[in-house]
Design a protein around this ligand. Structure first.
Ligand code: PHE
Length: 355
């Protein structure tokens, strides 16, 4: 057997070295550098092939064959490694688990938008010295109508037709009975705010619901005038809707106030482009100076005391505030709608946590 040609030895060493380098390469760029340095025109394997012409006729075939074999082995190894590194790059691009996904939050619920509005209104009146009062939702004809100067055959009773539980007991059709209950128990000065649910035989549509919240206000003291009445409600409107808000008092009628008014506001609205425009007039409450007959009914001397009262619907105010088109949306208990009014949105809910 003839001695192994030293070029074959060199080729085999080259092969081992190149295969190690290919296996260690981490990306296509590194593989391309290796391909050029071994198989490129000026590469090391190509150099040996180019020098074949200098060899003897005996030496030429085995060295040529070995050089071609090494060339093929390296070409295959480069291709195989190329496939591997590009596959692992795809894996990094689309991993099975997205580690950047925010952690899941616990569903903690929130304050209903109508109650949020009640809280806001309460905070304003509280800062003006009002205290909170409440009365029963099932009340008597005396408190709901008669003491409020409303005979049962008065047309106002038809407007506030309600559910009778038994003889004289009914679901209150407004929060005004709290005026009477408070004045019966306390001497002036009186400054109360009384939120609560009321019930009427009303339709269920975009602007009416047969059960709804009201907020009653009552002020009684010596020397309370129409000026106090207008100034207090205008101040409330400006604090709730902003300093540019205009207030209008339209003559109206309620059996328990004289004179009576419906209070409208005109708000300043900021458009998407930042321009400020005035809204239409919108009615926010019924109100008036407390009728002397009501003061007499609770044993106050109407020559000595005067006062004003108002009643508003926080759901309608919430409707305006949030631009909600239909009152019923507040009561359908759809958590996708309601969760918009909490700091936590539904997108943070998990299937397991969703109610
Ligand atoms: N109770 C009246 C209503 O429900 C509103 C109101 C309250 C009017 C107080 C005047 C004074 O329509």
């Amino acid at each position: 057997m003839t001695q192994k040609n030293p070029l074959i030895q060199t080729l085999q060493e080259l092969e081992t070295e190149a295969l190690d380098a290919i296996r260690a390469a981490l990306d296509g760029e590194a593989l391309e550098v290796l391909r050029v340095s071994y198989l490129g025109r000026k590469g090391r394997v190509s150099g040996i092939l180019r020098g074949l012409g200098d060899l003897s006729a005996d030496e030429r075939p085995p060295v040529g064959a070995e050089a071609n074999r090494v060339k093929e082995v390296l070409q295959e190894a480069l291709e195989a490694r190329e496939t591997e590194v590009s596959a692992s790059r795809e894996e990094i691009g689309a991993p099975a688990e997205d580690l950047t996904l925010p952690a899941r939050h616990r569903w903690s619920g929130g304050v209903h938008p109508v109650n949020q509005v009640i809280d806001e209104i309460w905070t304003i009146f509280q800062s003006m010295g009002f205290v909170r009062a409440r009365g029963p939702e099932a009340d008597t004809e005396w408190y709901n109508f008669l003491a409020l100067n409303t005979p049962l055959d008065h047309p106002a009773v038809d407007e506030q037709d309600t559910f009778y539980l038994k003889d004289f007991v009914l679901l209150r059709s407004h929060t005004s009975p709290v005026q009477v209950r408070t004045m019966e128990k306390h001497e002036p000065p009186i400054r109360i705010l009384a939120p609560g649910m009321v019930y009427r035989r009303d339709s269920y549509d975009a602007t009416h619901t047969p059960a709804f919240a009201q907020i009653e206000g009552l002020v009684v003291d010596e020397g309370i005038t129409f000026v106090d009445f207008k100034a207090t409600l205008a101040e409330f409107a400006r604090r709730f809707w902003g300093p540019g808000t205009k207030v209008r008092f339209r003559p109206s009628f309620f059996p328990f106030t004289e004179p009576s008014a419906e209070v409208d506001v005109k708000r300043m609205i900021t458009m998407k482009d930042g321009t400020r425009v005035e809204s239409d007039w919108i009615e926010i409450m019924g109100a008036g100076m407390v009728d002397p007959n009501v003061l007499e009914n609770v044993g106050y001397d109407p020559e000595h005391y005067t006062g004003f009262a108002f009643g508003m619907g926080p759901a309608r105010i919430a409707l305006l505030k949030y631009g909600v088109p239909d009152l019923r949306m507040f009561f359908q208990n759809d958590v996708r709608f309601l969760s918009q009014f909490t700091s936590q949105s539904l997108s943070q809910l998990t299937d397991r946590d969703a109610p």
